[in-house]
Write a protein that binds this ligand. Structure first.
Ligand code: SF4
Length: 227
């Protein structure tokens, strides 16, 4: 098979994940944007795909509202999923994200729809619920769905090893500001970002291994050199 670059693999991972979701019984409907907040985390590779999409569709103005949010408090991860897998195997405690419970709507959100839907990050794709979130105020997901989502998140971090992981506002600011032209913004954007890691252990509980095995096979077939 031809050698795929990281972005091509990322797009294939998104497609494969979306195909899995299609077979799940979920309550999510178009224009439901309850989960579209600034609590989204992603990798720099995912951010690069978004920036390219904004550029090629003349939508860079969407970054304006994102830049305004840079100085505000928001939810930041304290570890990446591949690091979390290592800590779990080593029986060490996993650091909790910042305890800030406030959140704002996603700055991209426009008329309850996502203008970057084809390239939305894995953090958004994985935000599905088996019951309408409006009823309980939170999403509900089966343990198997969570395991499948974790597998994809692990591979997405893996292919961007040595890239960064963090709140999508910080990642997009980092990718779109220059350290020479905008040193303060650049430092603010890079604050609280974590370095991605390759996969050392998969986060698949024994009871899900059989069902997830065919998905793993498809992922590994995507780009043997990168995965
Ligand atoms: S990027 Fe799109 S899908 Fe993700 S939170 Fe924002 S509007 Fe929602």
């Amino acid at each position: 098979m031809p050698h795929l670059n990281k972005k091509e693999i990322l797009k294939k991972l998104y497609t494969l994940f979306d195909q899995q979701v299609e077979s799940w019984d979920i309550a999510c409907k178009r224009s439901c944007s309850v989960c579209c907040t600034d609590r989204i985390w992603m990798t720099t590779l995912e951010g690069q795909l978004i920036v390219e999409y904004l550029q090629s569709n003349n939508m860079l103005n969407l970054l304006d509202s994102m830049n305004i949010m840079l100085p505000k408090n928001r939810y930041h991860p304290k570890t990446t999923i591949n690091r979390e897998a290592v800590l779990s195997v080593q029986n060490e405690s996993v650091p909790e994200p910042d305890e800030d419970n406030t959140f704002s709507p996603c700055p991209f959100l426009t008329n309850h729809e996502c203008p970057i839907y084809p390239v939305r990050p894995m953090g958004c794709r994985a935000m599905v619920s088996t019951r309408p979130c409006q009823n309980e105020g939170f999403a509900e997901m089966s343990p198997l769905f969570m395991s499948v989502s974790n597998v994809f998140s692990q591979y997405i971090e893996h292919i961007d090893s040595n890239g960064y992981y963090g709140n999508f506002i910080n990642i997009l600011n980092l990718l779109t500001t220059s350290s020479d032209a905008m040193p303060i913004q650049h430092i603010m954007a890079s604050e609280k970002l974590l370095v991605n890691q390759g996969i050392k252990y998969m986060m698949i509980p024994p009871e899900h291994r059989l069902q997830i095995a065919p998905i793993l096979e498809k992922i590994r077939a995507m780009g043997k050199t990168a995965l």
